[in-house]
Design a protein around this ligand. Structure first.
Ligand code: HEM
Length: 305
């Protein structure tokens, strides 16, 4: 694990394997009696991927711990350093053996979700050049062409915010949220959900439901302008982060990162499609794991703005 680029690409590869594996329908989820037999080998493979991730994290943590003991060591001032500070401080109930589990949560829950949303946003904007121009014009007027965007600027960028919401509506990264279990017999919309039943919420279908959304298959950030509808779990027609007690704890981080990343890409560069891909023939199909990614990555050329 000495070469950071090797560990980064290995990590990405294993992470996608986990996403694909846990997103696959598993017969043992529907017939729990099969869980021990693991007929599809899904549990076996997932355990293997998890142990590969733990090996990568163990290497990085060990390396950092060694670095920290060296005389005159400077702090890296990153999340790992902050967590190791908490472990050494002993003020919280956080044991060093738990750090790799925490990182597994961060990486599995936080990276593909955020990066695939950014890619979908760029893909939709490239396919809708007039929306791309609107987003860039807002940025150029409010921030200044090519200038750095700060967190405080986000509230002054309604079109950018609407673009992120519209991306979440059409491409929620976790299309069925995470499985839940009914605590008691419950009535929903005239159906009885028996106690103990596994419940999956199809936010992808909700986001495309013509009962809630006009022209649901069209990318139209404008629908969110002047509207209070938000993705924070209160408006059930758009809940990409889930809702209630188990709503995604990464929501504030993810939304800040997305606005800053997309805003920066659009404000610093002009974009054009490459390799003969045009607005008309762009492939917008998705690839299903527990997160939904683009079947074909967006390939675009950045030209300094
Ligand atoms: C676009 C970005 C993201 C989306 C759309 C997203 C979505 C979700 C969803 C749908 C859930 C399940 C909620 C439910 O069952 O109701 C979840 C859980 C979770 N997310 Fe996120 N997430 C994102 C980014 C992040 C980030 C950046 C982190 C942390 C660094 C994170 C950490 C977690 C954790 C730890 C859970 C499990 C919470 C629990 O079981 O109580 N997520 N996320």
């Amino acid at each position: 694990m000495t070469d950071p680029s090797t560990s980064a690409s290995e990590l990405k590869e294993v992470m996608w394997q986990i996403m694909a594996e846990v997103g696959k329908p598993n017969i043992a989820d529907y017939f729990p009696v099969l869980k021990k037999i693991d007929p599809q080998g899904s549990k076996r493979r997932t355990e293997l991927y998890f142990s590969k991730m733990f090996d990568i994290f163990d290497g990085l943590i060990k390396q950092r711990l060694q670095l920290r003991t060296q005389p005159g060591a400077t702090t890296c001032n990153d999340v790992l350093d902050a967590i190791l500070d908490v472990v050494e401080d002993k003020s919280e109930d956080l044991d060093i053996s738990l750090v790799k589990h925490l990182f597994l949560d961060f990486f599995v829950a936080g990276s593909e979700t955020t990066s695939s949303t950014l890619e979908w946003a760029m893909g939709e904007l490239l396919r809708n050049p007039e929306k791309l121009l609107k987003a860039q014009t807002e940025l150029h007027l409010v921030i200044g062409k090519g200038k750095k965007i700060e967190e405080v600027d986000i509230s002054r960028l309604p079109y950018l915010q609407a673009t992120i919401k519209e991306t979440f509506r059409m491409h929620p990264p976790i299309p069925l949220l995470l499985p839940r279990k009914a605590e008691a017999d419950t009535q929903v919309g005239g159906f009885t959900i028996p106690k103990g039943a596994q419940v999956l919420i199809n936010v992808w279908a909700i986001g495309r439901d013509p009962a809630f959304w006009a022209s649901p298959n069209d990318f139209m950030p404008e629908r969110f302008l002047g509207s209070d509808v938000d993705v924070r779990g209160q408006d059930f027609e758009i809940i990409p982060f889930g809702g209630g007690r188990r709503i995604c704890p990464g929501l504030p981080l993810a939304t800040r990162m997305l606005h800053l990343m997309l805003g920066s890409l659009l404000n610093a560069f002009n974009w054009r499609l490459e390799d003969g891909v045009t607005v008309e023939n762009m492939n917008m199909e998705d690839k299903f794991g527990i997160t939904v990614q683009r079947a074909q990555p967006v390939k675009a050329v950045a030209v300094p703005a």
